[in-house]
Design a protein around this ligand. Structure first.
Ligand SMILES: Cc1cc2nc3c(=O)[nH]c(=O)nc-3n(C[C@H](O)[C@H](O)[C@H](O)COP(=O)(O)OP(=O)(O)OC[C@H]3O[C@@H](n4cnc5c(N)ncnc54)[C@H](O)[C@@H]3O)c2cc1C
Length: 382
């Protein structure tokens, strides 16, 4: 379908598609098997200037909007969700700086991110604070000209691979939701270390680790925005980032459909290609309809977010929940269409199905997205 992309947007798609077809798809099985971080591929994305897409022009980027980054992530998701997750989490890590950082902070970090020299990650989750982020225990206390951080973050994407970490910590517990603040912690800061790298069901090319802060001292000016505005910036960050997760969902679903159709055309049973059976055709038709409707929702939500940055929440939650549910269903159905072969590692759809599951969990589970949509509806209807 024609989504009326601009010339620049089509160019972004073409570059991301080329990297996906030539670099990601040929290496995804090996990256998955070895749990290997795709450093080389990310370097090539940087050389193609894709890290600059959402970075403002005055800080060395292209000043692209939500739709521009969605288009890159859709392609990377089609290739490998592990690689796509690493790319997406980099921006999750730097959106707080773009949203709330001072000009000096932006000058310090964003040009390096745009050029791919430094890489980002985002640390909110803790062992006892997942969906309910208000339960975080990590603290930051001002001591002279330095903040001192103590606590442990869990399951942080790009942990150990990134150089710039946006970390949420409690600065004044008595102030409830206004008691959290965001900080930039850099790789190598004293008192900052990484825990074990998690073993996962899917997205194995992405790194997931603990971040450990033991009297971690950082300069005073690493506070992002004002003290006490941490959760507000976190919410804006997630609103901006979730359409990218939705786009990863559209991408992996498209990749699975491509595989399933190709297979159904060449697999013969009962003397004919299985695509000749109506039951198989209907499954493929439902997959195609799901993908196209998810894509339409993700693109229009991203465009809406670009044009109405103060009204992101509902559109963002809707496209994240819908497109990632579609991704789970389509990848599962692709395995079904391919029967036993679909279950084997020889074909890519088993990996796509394993990978797709995370999309319904991270950046807020799809139950939480539905809560958000419900709350927004409740506010809209008087
Ligand atoms: C591979 C991976 C990468 C991740 N990367 C990052 C990262 O880079 N940075 C980061 O900060 N975090 C990251 N996370 C954490 C992720 O965002 C959380 O796992 C997620 O928000 C859910 O929290 P939880 O796992 O603690 O589940 P819980 O909050 O314990 O939820 C368990 C179940 O209960 C449901 N539930 C909970 N509360 C409600 C409610 N109010 N209404 C309805 N249902 C509810 C949930 O939907 C879920 O089904 C990552 C997680 C994984 C697995």
């Amino acid at each position: 379908m024609d989504y009326f992309l601009s010339e620049e947007q089509q160019m972004i798609v073409d570059i991301a598609k080329q990297i996906t077809d030539e670099r990601i798809i040929p290496s995804r099985a090996e990256l998955d098997e070895k749990n290997e971080f795709p450093r080389q591929i990310l370097n090539e994305m940087a050389q193609a200037d894709l890290f600059g897409v959402p970075i403002p022009e005055e800080y060395g980027g292209f000043g692209g909007g939500c739709l521009d980054i969605v288009l890159t992530l859709e392609q990377f998701g089609r290739g490998c969700l592990g690689v796509g997750t690493a790319f997406a989490a980099n921006f999750l890590g730097v959106y707080p700086i773009i949203i709330a950082g001072s000009d000096e902070m932006k000058q310090k970090y964003l040009p390096d991110v745009a050029s791919g020299k430094r890489f980002g990650a985002f640390g909110l989750t803790e062992a006892n604070a997942g969906s309910d982020a208000s339960g975080i225990q990590t603290t930051a206390v001002l001591d002279g000209d330095e903040w001192v951080l103590n606590g442990t973050k869990q399951w942080i994407t790009n942990g150990g691979e990134a150089q710039i970490y946006s970390i949420v910590a409690i600065t004044d517990r008595s102030r409830g939701p206004r008691g959290a603040s965001l900080f930039v912690v850099e790789d190598g800061d004293p008192g900052f270390s990484y825990g074990v790298k998690e073993k996962k069901m899917g997205i194995r090319a992405s790194s997931t680790t603990e971040l450990i802060f033991k009297d971690c001292r950082i300069p005073k000016d690493r506070l992002i925005g004002r003290k006490g505005t941490g959760f507000i910036t976190v919410m804006k960050t997630l609103d901006l980032s979730r359409p990218g997760i939705a786009a990863l969902g559209v991408g992996v679903a498209q990749g699975a459909l491509d595989e399933a159709v190709r297979y159904a055309k060449q697999r013969n049973q009962f003397g004919k290609p299985i695509i000749a059976f109506q039951a198989v055709q209907h499954m493929l038709a439902d997959m195609a309809m799901g993908i196209e409707s998810a894509r339409a929702l993700v693109y229009s939500a991203a465009k809406h977010i670009q044009e109405h940055p103060k009204k992101m929440t509902k559109a963002s939650a809707m496209c994240k929940a819908y497109a990632t549910d579609v991704a789970m269903k389509v990848t599962t159905d692709a395995v079904q269409v391919m029967g036993g072969y679909g279950y084997m590692c020889e074909y890519p759809v088993e990996k796509m199905m394993r990978d797709a599951k995370i999309l319904q969990i991270y950046e807020g589970t799809n139950q939480i997205q539905r809560n958000v949509i419900g709350q927004e509806l409740n506010k809209e209807y008087l």
